[in-house]
Ligand binder design. Sequence first.
Ligand code: IPM
Ligand code: MN
Length: 352
Amino acid sequence: MGNSYRIAVIPGDGTGPEVVREGQKVLSAASKMFGFQLEPMVFDFGGDRYLKTGKTIEDSDIEQLKEYHAIYLGAIGHPDVKPGILETGILLKLRFSLDQYINLRPVKLYNPAFCPLKDKTAADIDFVVVRENSEGLYKGMGEFQNKGTQDEVAIQISHNTRKGVERCIRYAFQYCRNRNKKKKLTLCGKTNVLTYAWDLWERTFNEVAKEYSDITTDYAHVDATTMWFVKNPEWFDVIVTDNMFGDIITDLGAMVQGGMGIAAGGNINPQGVSMFEPIGGSAPKYTNKNVINPLAAICAGAMMLETLGEVNAAQAIENSVIKVVNEKIKSLGAGRMGYSTAQVGDLVVEDL
Ligand code: IPM
Ligand code: MN
């Protein structure tokens, strides 16, 4: 008998439950094929629970979640809850309290027909963004001065620690080495303007680089990075950047790979509990219509298996997704796939 993994499943809001259902369908099929067990336990954190109880995620919930091998998340965000409450109270609280200091976001084009860029092939768009996930502007540090007056000042601090920056950069170098493709790591920053934060990042990057002589290093300002994503995405292999820039460039990355319907990410604590999610939101207007694309959630499930060590199962799921994306569905967009949410899940399982 193979290994057994306890998985905390948080379907969350909007289309989250629909895509997580398809993801679990695929994960369960893969576990039977590859001889390991998944023991899912569902948690109802999200907007509906918040509206009923006033609770987001408590410290005691976090302690419970630490008992699992991984977390599989659908989406967080509810039209009746003021923006910010669920995002900070649930999503960021999970990332921060579980010290998931890496946000790993692969950008991979599976079918050139779905790429908005002219003349780009699948080989041209295959890179990974390593986003720092615990510091920077997301730390929530700052203040108002003279709030509500004409002299108001709002300060939002980007907080970067040497330890936080170094562990992220180190992870990126190691990831780049293990990935073993172009073996090129690009630091994406803004050294020409943000002279404190990016000085620390650049110095740390150059120091750690000395331990990785097999990796070619490069640097690009964040604004230029968005330009290269569109013009020359084939230049990239692995990109490392801070929390805010990583947030922004990975939405662009998702579009370049065909859309939110296929973009998956992992919030990684290499020594602890990691959490995997489709990077798109809760998509309220598509909720319960059976039209949302579940492939991002399915790919997030594959990333989870890879991190748990079930690499063959993860690869098999990815291969099936590639087939479905090339041979079956007509579009990656919600309602335009030519199949329902549940049918797309079935297609992946059939191919497996
Ligand atoms: C993401 C999201 C989150 C972020 C929001 C919902 C807090 O945009 O996962 O990229 O900014 O990190
Ligand atoms: Mn985002």
